[in-house]
Design a binder for this molecule. Structure first.
Ligand SMILES: [Zn+2]
Length: 84
């Protein structure tokens, strides 16, 4: 009966964030979260980033998406590299 509760944020312990409407920049979003405010992240890109860096916070995930992460390409670059 002890199913993993998903209504609590594992980073800050507060009620799980609605990442689409809330700026929880310093919390680690669950892998299935793809919408961060106005930004929608490609599922494949999100999965690839998550596998490499599973503890990235919202700020780091969105930063990577924009190409601010020296250790991982931006979403555009990453998708381009898949389309060879
Ligand atoms: Zn949190």
């Amino acid at each position: 009966m002890s199913e993993l509760r998903k209504d609590t944020c594992l980073t800050c312990g507060k009620q799980a964030h609605d990442f689409a409407n809330e700026e929880a920049l310093n919390c680690v979003p669950p892998r299935e979260i793809l919408i961060f405010g106005e930004y929608v992240i490609d599922k494949q890109y999100r999965d690839a980033l998550f596998e490499e860096f599973p503890i990235y916070t919202t700020e780091e995930v969105v930063g990577s998406y924009f190409g601010h992460n020296p250790y991982f390409p931006s979403q555009d670059e990453w998708l381009d590299s898949k389309e060879v």
